[in-house]
Write a protein that binds this ligand. Structure first.
Ligand SMILES: C[S@@+](CC[C@H](N)C(=O)[O-])C[C@H]1O[C@@H](n2cnc3c(N)ncnc32)[C@H](O)[C@@H]1O
Length: 243
């Protein structure tokens, strides 16, 4: 177990450094699957007209922009701990004219009133947050009753062959390639470790339930390298009253 404050410092340091190459590395290291995964999450959102969506750990904004581009034209807020990561997101927002507001902030202390959003999303961010259950409880707080949390995250796959290949990729290719492009191999070793330490889908669903969310379920993408985990905030109980 890493020290929590040290982990947060490391996350800030890594994402401050990686900004200029983050999008390129994502595309190369995932063979562009990451674009498909985020699009899948965006299309899974069931939104009505005038919906509001919060994308926590929005980084360079790719999921937030995919959501903002949905036909329902939701209003999207993207929030990230590392202001530098929002620079590319701001450029993309300006170029696309998307209904996307970006702000720096901590996903574990959201600057929003209770029940503000119809959906909350987080892509490849939850594994960087030391207290996951508390963070998801905070995301639940800002969801409207009946609203959903969508978590897109890596997990080391369970199938023997794919797992063996993936572990090689994580321990060798990822740090080597990441190090070559960004000049910081240690960061990519850290990222690989966080993927290996991330709970299996059933265990993660238990954490969602601990955060007070209901009906958690998971969907595997690309042979279980990435997963979408979805859970809901319970709907408000029907009002009972006389007359
Ligand atoms: C791997 S990137 C993912 C970015 C983006 N969601 C994507 O799909 O590419 C992880 C992001 O989580 C952010 N992050 C880490 N801890 C956070 C926290 N406590 N609150 C908000 N953002 C956080 C980092 O700054 C980084 O931008």
């Amino acid at each position: 177990m890493r020290d929590e404050a040290e982990q947060i410092r490391q996350v800030r340091r890594i994402f401050n450094q990686v900004v200029p190459v983050y999008d390129l590395l994502n595309r190369v290291l995932s063979l562009r699957e990451d674009v498909r995964w985020r699009r899948f999450v965006a299309r899974s959102l069931r939104l009505g007209a005038g919906a509001r969506v919060l994308d926590v750990a929005t980084g360079t904004g790719d999921l937030a922009l995919a959501v903002a581009g949905l036909p329902q034209k939701p209003l999207v807020v993207g929030l990230d701990l590392v202001p530098a990561m929002l620079g590319p997101a701001q450029k993309k927002q300006r170029a696309s004219g998307a209904r996307l507001a970006l702000l720096a902030g901590d996903g574990t202390r959201l600057p929003f009133a209770d029940a503000t959003f119809d959906a909350v999303t987080i892509a490849f961010g939850i594994r960087n947050i030391p207290r996951r259950v508390a963070a998801m409880a905070e995301m639940r707080r800002v969801l409207k009753p009946g609203g959903r949390l969508y978590v897109l995250e890596f997990t080391a796959p369970q199938g023997r062959l794919v797992r063996a290949m993936y572990l090689r990729y994580l321990s060798r290719l990822l740090p080597w390639l990441g190090g070559m492009v960004s000049g910081d191999q240690a960061s990519y070793r850290y990222l690989a470790e966080t993927i290996l330490e991330f709970p299996a889908p059933a265990d993660f669903r238990r954490e969602m339930a601990q955060a007070g969310l209901i009906t958690p379920r998971s969907h595997a993408l690309t042979r279980g390298i990435a997963w979408v985990h979805v859970a809901e905030k319970a709907s408000a109980p029907p009002k009972t009253g006389r007359g």
